[in-house]
Ligand binder design. Structure first.
Ligand code: OOG
Ligand code: MG
Length: 259
């Protein structure tokens, strides 16, 4: 067992039992991004051993809004598995999370593999569909103080996602107005242009970062391009939606009674 495996097991258990754990950097002051991605890989392997399927990848910190919210300047990525997916319109069981937040995301679905250094045109040509999405992010850490390597180890905070209707791959996603609503009230607005100038650049980066980790984006994979707005905290009974000009809306209901 590698020296990092216990951290991956602890984070996995934290997600399963909803009991937060201490940040790895608290006891490992040298905990860096290389070690963090190794923990993330082991963490997700636990889920795959339990029968989950890998379905793609999520990018993080691809917009200024998100970087500013969390005080970072570096892109990160995490892995998506099928057990993270919620149906559009579904109820999100609040007690399955520790302190969940939601953020609007553009999703790409691939029709062929994409690996290594690719151009934006090559990336677009590998896309089967684009969709409005929402990512649910959560942290499995107790008394969390932001630390990039800890976040990466915790699968870049990814905890769930949902996709709206799939649209044609030639749908222009370069500059779509985005509105996030809670109970019908607009709480965040943004533009897809905030994602690296064009969300396809996030897909290009995803192919490169996956390749650096020895992985290839596969046909059928979902890639979340990263949020263009800040994330919002979820509360019992809320109805949360994200609408993207020309991609339509995606929504879910948080369980419980409104307080
Ligand atoms: C990390 C996840 C970042 C995004 O879309 O930028 C992310 C976090 O905010 O804790 O998913
Ligand atoms: Mg995100």
């Amino acid at each position: 067992m590698s020296t990092l495996a216990p951290f991956a097991l602890a984070l996995d258990q934290a997600a399963v039992t909803r009991q937060a754990v201490a940040q790895i950097s608290e006891t490992q002051p040298d905990f860096d991004l290389t070690a963090a991605y190794a923990v993330q890989r082991l963490l997700v392997q636990q889920r795959l051993h339990r029968g989950a399927q890998r379905v793609g990848l999520k990018m993080g910190f691809t917009s200024r809004a998100k970087m500013r919210q969390m005080g970072v300047d570096q892109m990160i990525w995490g892995r998506l598995t099928d057990d993270m997916r919620l149906d559009e319109g579904a109820e999100l069981a609040l007690d399955r999370y520790l302190h969940p937040r939601a953020e609007p995301e553009i999703a790409f679905v691939l029709k062929r593999p994409l690996a290594g250094r690719v151009s934006a045109a090559e990336a677009m040509a590998s896309v089967e569909a684009v969709a409005a999405g929402i990512e649910i992010i959560d942290s499995r850490y107790r008394d969390f103080r932001f630390h990039l390597a800890d976040v990466v180890a915790d699968n870049a905070s990814s905890s769930g996602f949902l996709l709206g209707t799939l649209h044609r791959p030639d749908t222009d996603v370069s500059n779509l107005g985005i509105a996030m609503r809670v109970d019908g009230r607009v709480v965040q607005t943004g533009s897809s242009a905030a994602i690296l100038g064009h969300p396809v650049r996030s897909l290009v980066a995803a192919a490169r970062l996956a390749a650096e980790a020895g992985e290839t984006l596969q046909a059928g994979d979902i890639v979340l391009a990263g949020a263009a707005t800040e994330a919002i905290a979820l509360h019992a009974g809320s109805h949360v939606s994200a609408s993207f000009q020309s991609l339509g809306q995606v929504a879910f209901q948080v369980s419980g009674a409104r307080s």
